[in-house]
Write a protein that binds this ligand. Structure first.
Ligand SMILES: Cc1cc2nc3c(=O)[nH]c(=O)nc-3n(C[C@H](O)[C@H](O)[C@H](O)COP(=O)(O)OP(=O)(O)OC[C@H]3O[C@@H](n4cnc5c(N)ncnc54)[C@H](O)[C@@H]3O)c2cc1C
Length: 329
């Protein structure tokens, strides 16, 4: 059986950020992912200036497409508010593979199934052993499923349902557009242009509230498809779906020497469902806790993309109706 100090399960932003910090501290770290990279990951790929700071990301050193938009158009049931901003987009297909390589960690393609505790260590599928284990496997992370099975379940009301499509497109509008609450959607739909003629469009809402309304996320996809056809002359193909959780501000993040990060812990923001930044920050914090022997906290891991004030609270209320614990001040 292969023995290392730390195993990271999942090579998304949370796992790569953790692995990079651990490698920098000289830890013997192995990263396992079921997929070979680059791999497809459903995500609009919008990243904030905070993400760039946390990653010490230099745009000039990034070898792939990177686009900055100067305006965000918020469409709220019709009226449009154009907000000047500096926000960015990347393609996850490229970004995640780059982050993984940059981490310097050894990578093994392996789907984790079984995890056992064994004399203060963790044994994975009878093949790998480690003292510390980081769960960064997204919504259905096996570390959460196996080692956190006695923890309170995640609140269903905080689960999103999404559909999206990323495709080459001769887009003409380089700004990002977000449409909130259209046709009663408990969420929003988006148009996110990317460099080199790519476009990501999608729709996301809270799964329980859609069900309560007797609706399906596909109906909202059809509304979006109609709008993009009329507004931009864009015809959409078939989308794909994924589900993840927004932050509950409760529940254990660490049991023994096993840590949960990113979507495995359900850390996306409550107001815009932004998950890349919280994944990176929590991965770094978990690694820091292992390296320094300190507590694992989510200090500095944002729970609100829009500042946490009145607008964030209104958006949170509109999406979740106050389910789970509230956004802290
Ligand atoms: C449609 C959609 C649009 C989104 N748009 C945005 C956006 O624009 N901006 C933003 O900030 N956030 C966005 N998010 C959220 C964001 O994508 C996630 O929060 C983020 O990817 C979480 O990162 P992670 O590293 O925790 O998990 P992931 O990126 O999901 O990575 C988890 C990794 O674990 C691996 N894995 C899973 N199971 C196993 C196993 N058993 N064994 C080994 N490996 C395993 C997977 O292959 C995967 O590579 C969006 C999400 C969706 C669904």
């Amino acid at each position: 059986m292969r023995s290392v100090d730390v195993i990271v399960v999942g090579g998304g932003p949370a796992g790569s950020a953790a692995a990079q910090r651990l490698k920098a501290a000289g830890a013997n770290v192995l990263l396992l992912d079921k997929d070979r990279f680059p791999r497809h990951k459903l995500c609009a790929g919008w990243i904030t200036p905070q993400v760039l700071r946390d990653l010490q990301f230099e745009v000039s050193a990034y070898p792939h497409g990177f686009l900055s938009f100067r305006r965000l158009h918020f469409h709220i049931k019709g009226p449009r508010l154009a907000v000047p901003c500096v926000q960015h987009s990347i393609r996850r297909f490229e970004f995640d593979a780059w982050l993984l390589e940059r981490s310097g960690a050894e990578f093994v393609q392996h789907r984790v199934r079984d995890i056992r505790t064994d004399a203060g260590n963790y044994a994975i599928d009878g093949l790998f052993r480690c003292r510390y284990l980081i769960g960064a496997g997204g919504t259905s992370c096996p570390v959460r499923r196996v080692l956190f099975d006695h923890a309170p379940p995640r609140a269903r009301a905080l689960q999103t349902a999404t559909l999206e499509l990323e495709f080459p497109c001769d887009w003409q509008d380089a700004d990002c557009h977000l449409w909130f609450f259209e046709h009663g959607l408990p969420g929003y739909s988006w148009y996110v242009p990317k460099a080199s003629g790519w476009l990501n469009v999608g729709v996301g809402g809270m799964a329980v509230r859609l069900k309560q309304r007797g609706e399906n996320i596909r109906e909202h996809w059809s509304h979006l498809a109609g709008k993009l056809q009329r507004q931009f002359g864009i015809n959409l193909g078939e989308p794909t779906g994924y589900s993840y959780y927004v932050r509950d501000f409760g529940g254990p993040m660490r049991i023994g020497n096993a840590y949960l990060t990113g979507d495995s812990a359900g850390l996306a923001t409550r107001d815009l469902c932004e998950g890349i930044g919280p994944a990176i920050r929590s991965g770094q914090q978990a690694a820091e806790a292992i390296v320094t022997g300190s507590d694992y906290t989510l200090e500095g891991t944002t729970g609100a993309s829009l500042g946490g004030g009145l607008i964030s609270r209104c958006a949170d209320w509109a999406f979740t109706r106050g389910a789970g614990r509230a956004i802290p001040p």
